[in-house]
Write a protein that binds this ligand. Structure first.
Ligand code: AGP
Length: 612
């Protein structure tokens, strides 16, 4: 996520802005910028690609920019590659409005056309520049009131935003607005602060106001006023922050992993909304036309670790919905085994970081063989994103914990939308099925939220498993693909040996490992395979296994067999992994927590494996 800071008061703003941005570095970013004004002087903007140190150097640690009011921003790119021109703050061409933004303007293309018709031009490829110029447009079209301009822009924009805006005609004042992307106001003696998160201002004040959705804040020195979207003044109560800085970085969660598990509804919603518009899937931002989809003969999905597990799910979903053959390969194998590839095939590389060496090598191998390549990545401008022919960006935001959760979930829904669109253009599903599947996809964020509300039961159960030495995750079909991810999560953060097995394969050897008390986790979301997997679980139970089941609400007889059952909301069977994975993520997290391990930075692991 981007980072936002603002200051209005008696001190020099720039050093405070740089300090605040530095305290938001954990959020991840690729560029940064600040805008400062000295009284009614011009608004000076300095931006830099890369680390904050570059921006500090360009501004002599802020000392070169005089002024007691300003805003600062660290950018996590979603629209437009990381670059100085795309970095915030953005401004109207006459400098009348200068501002920064965190969030996603979903209808920015439509707004850009509106503004172009009214004489606006654009220097960047960001949705933010469109939003800033829209505010300028309404400011000039309206009564010349910043509040009026903001309320009009807010009613016109769809998406998520937290804005911090400077108006040329209002020196030493900041106007902020928020929908979905968090934004807080801190108040001190004759000064006020703005931040996207508590750590940025904790050094200066613990008295904060949380700006609500569709609310506006007006900061002028130590005076802060709030307005609703109708432009009416509203009263708000301040809160006292009791957290320390380290806890604040995790928004009050104990670890980044549990924070990111809880960010999955938003990550899934943002990723879906990037390609689903008015109930249809539109892959134009990915760059693959429906005609090009039709020409795909076969699909190769290549990745590592959890990204590979996403591919395992996609194989079932694409083959079942679109009827196209799909092969899923480990990148570390693909790059060396001289695979036989169909030139009219599509090679999909999945990678959160976009920098995994094996996956990058696999991409280059596929390109050298003349295949079209599609990257599903979470980091804009990453190596894999830059080298692939097409890119589907997941909008999970920066993922800090080594064990992936929200990026995995965002990759899943990217895969689903690709599969559904492919099936539709191939005529394999009709209009009704197409619309039904899309409607079901849009319910996933809320269903994930529902599962997260049940986490206490999982924490209780997980604590009892912390002394386990072997855990098996089993399933059939998509449930097997889910069990792959469940097993990896358990291994990588609890250090407990775990295996994932296709349930039907157990009797061919592995069942000899089942002993008294061995935990076997059965994934049971695929109704046509439910009975078969249950019988495999019972085979394990008869040899002493302790059974946990993850199944769909309604299968309440499961608890007659399993010792512990977790129910997930009903959904289309193709999308079940998005729900079933959540209890498995939570269980691994709580087992690791019970063992007192470093959940966010497990031993021997790196967030991005950029070497072979
Ligand atoms: C998953 O929790 C691990 N962190 C690891 O398996 C990861 O998925 C794998 O290294 C691939 O990383 P990437 O998605 O950045 O390419």
């Amino acid at each position: 996520m981007c980072g936002i800071v603002g200051y209005s008061g008696l001190k020099q703003a720039a050093p405070i802005l740089l300090d605040g941005l530095a305290r938001l570095e954990y959020r991840g970013y690729d560029s940064a910028g600040i805008a400062v004004r000295d009284g009614d002087g011009e608004i000076k903007v300095v931006k830099a690609k890369g680390r904050l140190a570059v921006l500090a150097e360009k501004t002599d640690s802020g000392k070169a920019l005089l002024g007691r009011c300003g805003v600062g921003h660290t950018r996590w790119a979603t629209h437009g590659a990381p670059s100085e021109i795309n970095a915030h703050p953005h401004h109207s061409d006459d400098g009348n409005v200068v501002g920064i933004h965190n969030g996603i303007i979903e209808n920015y293309k439509e707004l850009k056309e509106l503004l172009e018709k009214n004489g606006y031009s654009f220097y960047s490829s960001t949705d933010t520049e469109v939003a800033i110029k829209l505010i300028d447009y309404y400011y000039k079209k309206g009564s010349g009131s910043p509040i009026d301009a903001l309320t009009r822009a807010m009613t016109r924009i769809t998406g998520s935003y937290s804005f911090a805006i400077l108006f040329k005609d209002f020196p030493d004042e900041i106007f902020a607005a928020r929908k979905d992307s968090p934004l807080i106001v801190g108040v001190g003696d004759d000064e006020s602060f703005l931040a996207s998160d508590v750590p940025a201002i904790l050094k200066y004040t613990r008295s904060v106001y949380y700006i609500g959705n569709y609310e506006i804040a007006h900061l002028s020195g130590g005076k802060v006023d709030f307005y609703n979207i109708d432009g009416e003044r509203i009263e708000k109560e301040p809160s006292e922050i009791s957290w320390d800085a380290a806890t604040a970085e995790k928004a009050g969660y104990e670890h980044f992993m549990i924070k990111e598990i809880h960010e999955q509804p938003e990550a899934v919603k943002n990723t879906l909304s990037s390609v689903i518009h008015d109930g249809k899937i539109d892959l134009s931002s990915v760059g693959i036309t429906d005609e090009e989809l039709k020409s795909i003969s076969t699909i190769y999905i290549v990745a590592c670790g959890s990204a590979y597990h996403v591919g395992a799910v996609m194989q079932y979903v694409i083959e079942d919905l679109a009827g196209i053959p799909v092969r899923v390969e480990l990148a570390s194998e693909f790059r060396y085994r001289k695979p036989v590839l169909d030139k009219s095939g599509l090679c999909i590389i999945i990678s959160q970081s976009g920098e995994t060496a094996d996956s990058l090598a696999a991409l280059r191998e596929a390109k050298s063989r003349g295949l079209r390549t599609l990257a599903i990545v979470n980091v804009v401008g990453s190596s894999i994103a830059r080298e692939a022919d097409n890119v589907f960006y997941t909008l999970a935001g920066p993922e800090i914990a080594v064990a992936t959760t929200k990026a995995y979930s965002a990759q899943l829904v990217a895969g689903y939308t690709f599969a559904v669109q492919l099936a539709y253009v191939l005529g394999r599903i009709d209009e009704t099925k197409y619309e039904d599947l899309i409607a079901e996809l849009l319910t996933l964020p809320e269903k994930i939220e529902t599962i997260l509300e049940d986490k206490e039961r999982l924490q209780w159960f997980a604590a009892k498993q912390s002394s386990s030495t072997d855990i098996f995750f089993i399933g059939r079909g998509i449930d097997y693909a889910i069990s792959l991810e469940g097993s990896l999560k358990m291994k990588e953060i609890s250090y407990i040996h775990s295996e994932s097995y296709a349930a039907g394969e157990l009797k061919h050897g592995a069942i000899s490992l089942i002993e008294d008390g061995t935990l076997v986790v059965g994934c049971l979301t695929q109704s046509e395979l439910y009975e078969k997997t249950v019988s495999n679980m019972v085979e394990c139970q008869s040899r002493g296994a302790y059974l946990m089941a993850v199944t769909t609400a309604g299968n309440y007889n499961t608890e007659d067999i399993a010792d512990f059952t977790v129910y997930i909301p009903e959904t289309d069977s193709h999308f079940a992994a998005s729900l079933a994975v959540v209890p498995l993520q939570l269980m691994s997290y709580y087992v690791s927590l019970a063992k007192g391990l470093d959940v966010d930075k497990p031993r021997n692991l790196a967030k991005s494996v950029t070497v072979e």
